[in-house]
Design a protein. Structure first.
Ligand code: GLN
Length: 423
């Protein structure tokens, strides 16, 4: 017994939920005689993997923003409605169903509409029955992709800064991250550093394109370089392309799966969340060759069984929207980006102009704060705007950047902008 950790519960009403952990330095018998009012019991420890990461800082900032009634530019989600057609269709599905499980790997009508749309944009034939698994958001898609590709101990290349989830996904699937830097302010990578990472024989590389949080859009040349290395070293590429339709001219999104030879080794993950402003519907998907999909279906089946059936049914309407919808989305987001950046300019803040996605990284070096976390806490309490401290996106100790998102109504961006002018 001595040397172990005991979990001690007081049993007193006002301390009812308190469990203390104390090191055992005396015997159980002594404990009972010495601390008569306490219940003492031993508990197994929880998974060691979970000690390697914290809860999401992004979602924590949303809670803080709500607490202080701030304008929430931290967790990236819109405050405007999805397309009207989609809402009408959802209302119809509420009464007509379906309300029971869909096919585990996705409702047939949803997969058909998705295959048609993605074949059109990706420029490759996608079979609705062979190449798709519908998941609960791209969050599940990425986790499924990681667990499908990797065994415990496998290495995974992740570009840093990176969206928080990839670190946790890697650890949860037992894999080991190798980070390759995207260097601010331009967020480009050094091809020699990337090659070195590939020389460690990783099983997979995670590619978020357009990139969260940096706003980088990988050029066709960069994608070709990554693809060549993936083929040379026999590595999977797991993409997160949820911002595929949010790209600012002259930048264009290219799908790495469309590069000859890459479809075979790419697990493309994306979702409807950002494209149709339905982050709460949790509709995501994986596109990959049949042999990978067969394995991914198993992981998905035992993780979640399936994505919500009525929402898949309603979302068919979104997937069938004409190309003009995506052009309009792009021009609306360009206007939002330009409006928010004009406030950052007026506030004298320096930032990297986003090429895609809806985030902007702002440099706080000149603001006189040493720590991005403390700065964000001050910003939310005193200025009334919530941002994310960028230290949670970097593998190295970077504390001079914070991330805002601008997927908000014009009036919300103006309200945030006016507050930021006080800086
Ligand atoms: N992708 C969004 C962000 O980075 C949030 C996604 C989420 O919280 N699931 O803020």
């Amino acid at each position: 017994m001595p040397g172990k950790i005991l979990h001690v519960c007081t049993g007193l009403p006002w301390f009812k939920n308190l469990v203390f952990k104390i090191p055992v330095i005396f015997s159980m018998k002594q404990c009972f005689t010495n601390i008569k009012t306490l219940d003492i019991y031993c508990m197994p420890s929880t998974s060691k993997r979970l000690r390697c990461f914290t809860e999401s800082v992004i979602r924590g900032m949303t809670r803080l923003s709500n607490k202080y009634n701030a304008v929430n530019l931290s967790q990236g989600f819109p405050d405007f409605d999805p397309p009207r057609e989609l809402l009408d269709e959802l209302a119809r599905c509420v009464y007509n169903g379906p309300h029971q499980y869909a096919v585990t790997w996705g409702a047939p009508r949803f997969r058909m509409a998705l295959a048609e749309k993605q074949s059109r944009f990706m420029g490759i034939p996608i079979d609705p029955d062979e190449n798709i698994v519908v998941t609960c958001g791209s969050t599940e898609a990425m986790m499924v992709a990681m667990m499908t590709a990797c065994d415990p101990g496998d290495k995974v290349i992740i570009f840093s800064p990176f969206y928080e989830n990839y670190g946790a996904d890697t650890i949860l699937s037992g894999a080991v991250p190798i980070y390759v830097e995207l260097r601010p302010p331009g967020f480009s990578f050094d091809p020699a550093e990337l090659r070195k990472a590939f020389e460690q024989r990783p099983k997979a590389l995670v590619l978020c394109n357009p990139s969260n949080p940096s706003g980088k859009v990988f050029t066709p040349e960069e994608l070709k370089l990554i693809a060549d290395l993936a083929m040379e070293f026999d590595t999977y590429v797991l993409t997160d392309e949820v911002y595929e339709h949010i790209v600012y001219s002259p930048w264009k999104h290219s799908y790495i799966a469309s590069i000859p030879g890459m479809f075979e080794r790419t697990i493309s993950c994306s979702s409807l969340s950002k494209t149709y402003s339905i982050t709460g519907w949790r509709l995501g998907y994986i596109i990959a060759p049949r042999n990978i999909i067969d394995e991914a279906r198993k992981v998905h089946d035992f993780l979640t069984v399936g994505a919500p059936a009525p929402l898949q049914e309603a979302a068919v309407t979104a997937l069938k929207l004409p190309d003009s919808y995506y052009l309009k989305l792009q021009s609306e987001y360009t206007a939002k980006r330009n409006l928010f950046l004009s406030y950052l300019d007026r506030a004298g803040l320096s930032y990297t102009k986003p090429q895609g996605a809806y985030y902007v990284m702002v440099d706080i070096t000149d603001m006189g704060w040493k720590c991005d976390k403390e700065y964000c806490e001050w910003l939310v309490k005193e200025i009334g705007v919530a941002a994310v401290p960028s230290s949670s996106f970097f593998s190295t100790p970077v504390t001079n950047l914070i991330r805002f998102h601008f997927a908000k109504k014009e009036e919300t961006l103006i309200a945030a902008g006016e507050r930021l002018l006080k800086l």
